[in-house]
Design a protein around this ligand. Structure first.
Ligand SMILES: Nc1ncnc2c1ncn2[C@@H]1O[C@H](COP(=O)(O)OP(=O)(O)OP(=O)(O)O)[C@@H](O)[C@H]1O
Ligand SMILES: [Mg+2]
Length: 258
């Protein structure tokens, strides 16, 4: 198995490229930028965290990178496909096949079992989950939820629900996983486990991960930490060469005054 980040060949096509992305919103009759001129690249197998305070535009940016929202200006390319090249159906198709997304509030379907939730994206792609049984079983194993496959979400802890939602996000083998504050609704112990699992996912499946968070402890687990302030990335302030000491992340936040 190829080792992670350090050995990523520089000539590999990025999994994610954003160029000059803006998102304006109407506020009190004015067009206000909530995302300002964001450009970034994510290499295959790379784990990047974007840190920013509440309201800095993290979710808006992530939704644009996932094709859930359109940028007011700029381009986003995922695994070589330009999200802006087509209509909503084009973006949905890219999302379904190339992007996994996890949320703070899990969004599992309450009437489906764990394994039915996890395999739902396969069914949406028109594939028979039975043909992927072995792979689904290893995925449940990797996320530590194999013993829970027949439970309903109501009978799971928060940490278990998030691990199931990570399995669901990965079941279509996307090259890119986007995570919006995935520990925001968990105890610190469960949150730590989830972040550790994201690293295992990257190491074992080779998925590139972009995590947005305001939690320095979560950010410290990444290869690279970028900082978002008032919708703009502080490109000069990026930390590289992670995982980091949480104290280093705190120090950089203090230096930046955010
Ligand atoms: N649907 C919306 N309509 C209008 N303004 C919005 C909408 N969603 C977000 N905003 C505004 O855009 C800005 C960025 O919001 P966003 O949710 O992206 O921030 P965030 O960094 O994810 O915050 P949090 O850490 O609280 O989740 C905020 O000022 C917010 O009030
Ligand atoms: Mg948010």
């Amino acid at each position: 198995m190829t080792p992670p980040s350090e050995s990523v060949a520089v000539d590999h096509e990025p999994v994610l490229t954003a160029r000059g992305v803006f998102r304006f919103r109407e506020a009190e009759g004015q067009q206000v930028p909530t995302v300002r001129d964001v450009s970034l690249q994510l290499a295959p197998r790379e784990f990047l965290t974007i840190m920013g305070p509440s309201g800095s535009g993290k979710s808006t940016l992530l939704h644009i990178l996932a094709g859930l929202e359109r940028p007011s200006a700029g381009d986003v390319t995922v695994a070589g496909v330009d999200l802006g090249a087509g209509d909503e159906e084009h973006r949905a198709a890219v999302r379904r096949s190339k992007i996994g997304f996890i949320f703070q509030f899990f969004h599992l379907l309450p009437d489906l079992s764990v394994v039915e939730n996890v395999t739902l994206p396969l069914r949406i792609l028109g594939q028979n989950p039975r043909r992927h049984e072995g792979r689904v079983a290893s995925l449940l194993d990797l996320l530590g939820v194999a013993g829970l496959r027949d439970r309903r979400p109501a009978n799971l802890s928060g940490g278990e629900m998030q691990r199931v939602s990570i399995a669901r996000a990965l079941v279509t083998q996307p090259p890119l996983l986007l995570a919006d504050e995935p520990t925001g609704n968990l105890s610190s112990k469960a949150g730590e486990e989830v972040i550790g699992l994201l690293r295992s996912v990257r190491d074992q499946l080779g998925t590139a991960i972009l995590l947005v968070t305001h939690n320095p402890r979560d950010a410290a687990a990444a290869d690279r930490v970028a900082f978002l302030h008032d919708g703009a990335l502080r490109a000069d302030a990026e930390l590289t060469g992670g995982p980091f000491d949480v104290a280093d992340v705190f120090r950089r936040l203090q230096e930046l005054g955010i």
